[in-house]
Design a protein around this ligand. Structure first.
Ligand SMILES: *Cc1c(COP(=O)(O)O)cnc(C)c1O
Length: 341
């Protein structure tokens, strides 16, 4: 295999072109053949439902080169299942799990030279997306869909080491509606969060910690990541219908159980943050992004979680264990990895 001259350690979380993407079209009531493409463009009808009415869903998962040289994809089937749920959430055609699996493995193999080497901290980000492509001016679901999987190498999330950032609460923004589409991974939710995210960044915060959109009393999630806190030695994470079910969060909860740490998935009020000894945002990109301070923009109150600005012991252990499982350095007791042969 040709050696690539890429500075893996400093790659941003951006689009770096690779050799191939894979595609499959749903038409006349069935999924067609898997196509391999070298083009990073799509041609479609200008009245496609994705362009007008937001029929778009996506996923995000990663492949890693392990210490043993093997390629591992983390929780492939769980991402496939979640994408089916997202499809049903906005009346799109659910992708069969076997098709999702086959296409992910195919695109990873085809782009093997872009899988970063072990030890670089970088990985191959896999981005499946589905869009409604048949034309419609009336508001209705498409009858034809395009499923594409692209991959791109991404550098380590923590360029200067595993460290804390600050986040904020801003009650003037909601990411989603109480019984809306928050639990689905759809592009529209992201469009709806851009203004709030931009506002938070301008003020120096890495993300917005959203409150539940109905009562504004409970914690919801953290922009594109779930939220957890360590309270009285327990792993506490918000439960709500408007939260996207993070596979990383679910993995961390399982690891806590393995380690004898009590897990509570329940409503969490804002003032409980006073008792938090650790907190973090969790998702595929960072695993855990530890939180230093949570600033409440409306009351002016600072919940100082990590006065020394260092990630706490539980967050650090969880981060290290999950990272090690993904790289094949720690036993994969729950069968989370798919090894690409
Ligand atoms: C993707 C996503 C997450 C994180 O999910 P993971 O499966 O852990 O990557 C959290 N919140 C939102 C809104 C998301 O879109």
């Amino acid at each position: 295999m040709e050696q690539l001259d890429i500075d893996w350690k400093h790659l941003p979380f951006g689009y770096y072109p690779t050799d191939y993407n894979v595609r499959c079209t749903f038409k006349d009531g069935k999924w067609g053949e898997i196509e391999v493409s070298q083009s990073d463009k799509i041609e479609m009808h200008m009245a496609a439902t994705t362009l007008h009415y937001g029929q778009e869903i996506f996923e995000g998962l990663k492949a890693f080169r392990g210490k043993d040289g093997k390629i591992r994809i983390f929780r492939l089937d769980d991402n496939a299942e979640r994408m089916r749920s997202s499809a049903e959430g906005i009346l799109m055609e659910p992708i069969p799990v076997d098709l999702f699996r086959e296409m992910v493995i195919k695109v990873v193999k085809l782009n093997e030279r872009f899988i970063p080497p072990y030890g670089s901290g970088a990985s191959l980000y896999i981005r499946p997306l589905e869009i409604g492509i048949s034309p419609s001016i009336g508001v209705r679901a498409a009858t034809e869909y395009l499923f594409i999987i692209m991959v791109t190498p991404v550098g380590p999330y923590f360029k200067t080491g595993f460290g804390c950032t600050d986040i904020c609460i801003m009650r003037q923004y909601d990411r989603v509606a109480p019984r809306g589409t928050g639990r689905f991974k759809i592009g529209g939710n992201y469009a709806a969060s851009l203004v709030a995210g931009d506002h938070a960044h301008e003020k120096g915060y890495s993300a917005v910690l959203y409150l539940d959109p109905k009562e504004k009393k409970y914690l919801d999630e953290c922009g594109p990541a779930n939220f957890f806190a360590i309270i009285d030695g327990k792993y506490v994470t918000p439960k709500s219908d408007s939260i996207l079910p993070s596979i990383t969060n679910r993995s961390l909860m399982q690891l806590c159980e393995d380690m004898g740490i009590t897990v509570e998935e329940r409503h969490v009020t804002v003032d409980e943050l006073e008792k938090a000894t650790e907190a973090g945002a969790c998702g595929t990109a960072a695993v855990i992004s530890p939180v230093g301070t949570i600033h409440d923009e409306d009351t002016g109150h600072d919940y100082v979680i990590a006065p020394d600005r260092k990630p706490g012991p539980i967050s650090t252990t969880l981060y290290e264990r999950l990272s090690a499982i993904r790289l094949g350095e720690y036993p994969d007791e729950h069968g989370w990895n798919t090894i690409v042969e």
